[in-house]
Design a protein around this ligand. Structure first.
Ligand code: ATP
Ligand code: MG
Length: 255
């Protein structure tokens, strides 16, 4: 395998402290994420998937351990450096869609581009082009509350892509969608990945996990196991893959 590592985590730990209570959400994770891969993270509710995404993407700081983006160590960054790093390199689709309620879909999508200090007219043009690609260009002037869940989710994807990130994180991007909207979001992500976009997606859904080149199972804040797949072919029969993933997720941990 001659894949290039785009992100690398070493002995990663995250402990949440609430009052006097401590909870070890991530426990000594070592992990490589490969460039161009569609990496999928699965695991039961509360196993630490969102936390892991926060740490890799620089949305939150680890309690211990190291995080590298390409050859750059990011875990020691100060908040401002981290924000700058995220704007330049990271796209993030949140578990809750998280659009700004009083901005139009277009302005929501363009906002990270404005924050990056890019030329306003070209950011707006790119935002409109992304909306066309996501088939929500008809909703450009609407507030999120005036659009459907599927349209908001596609706007959230467009927003995550506005600064052409090196790596796109997606935390349950189909979690709140019906089957049809979910498939359409997965097809968008798969097609982005075909064009070379590195993606790390969390999902509970076995059908969504079928898009993975590499599947990672998290259990109690640790990597429980991993599995590699051939590239997903759209329209191909996925029954065998679904069965494999079901076995992968449900199989008892070997001692
Ligand atoms: N800010 C916080 N303070 C204290 N504990 C937290 C905090 N955020 C998360 N946790 C705890 O850390 C553990 C991991 O949470 P996390 O959100 O990463 O889980 P998850 O795997 O994404 O779950 P889900 O599938 O439900 O989204 C959970 O037990 C959760 O209660
Ligand atoms: Mg989560």
């Amino acid at each position: 395998m001659d894949k290039k590592v785009i992100m690398h985590a070493l002995n990663l730990c995250k402990t949440y402290t609430t009052g006097t209570e401590q909870y070890h959400a991530i426990r000594n994770i070592d992990l490589d994420i490969y460039e161009g891969d569609f990496t999928v993270i699965m695991g039961s509710s509360g196993s630490g998937k969102s936390t892991l995404l926060y740490l890799l993407s620089g949305l939150d700081q680890a309690t211990a351990g190291e995080v590298y983006f390409q050859d750059q160590r990011i875990d020691g960054f100060k908040e401002r450096e981290l924000a700058h790093f995220r704007t330049r390199n990271i796209g993030y689709i949140y578990q809750s869609i998280n659009l700004v309620p009083d901005l139009s879909l277009l302005d929501n999508i363009a906002l990270p581009g404005y924050i990056a200090g890019k030329n306003k007219a070209s950011v707006k043009q790119k935002a409109l082009a992304l909306m066309t690609k996501m088939e929500i260009d008809g909703q450009a002037g609407r507030l999120p509350s005036q659009t459907s869940g599927g349209q908001q989710q596609r706007a959230a994807i467009a927003r995550a892509l506005i600064n052409s990130p090196d790596i796109l994180f997606a935390d349950e991007p189909t979690g709140s969608l019906n089957y049809e909207h979910g498939e359409s979001v997965l097809n968008i992500l798969t097609s982005l990945n075909r064009q070379g976009q590195s993606i790390v997606m969390v999902t509970h859904d076995i059908k969504a996990a079928c898009r993975a080149d590499r599947l990672i199972l998290i259990r109690d804040g640790k990597v429980s196991r991993m599995m590699d797949f051939d590239k997903f072919e759209e329209g191909s029969s996925i029954e065998d893959r679904e069965k494999m993933i079901f076995a992968f997720v449900t199989e008892k941990e070997s001692a």
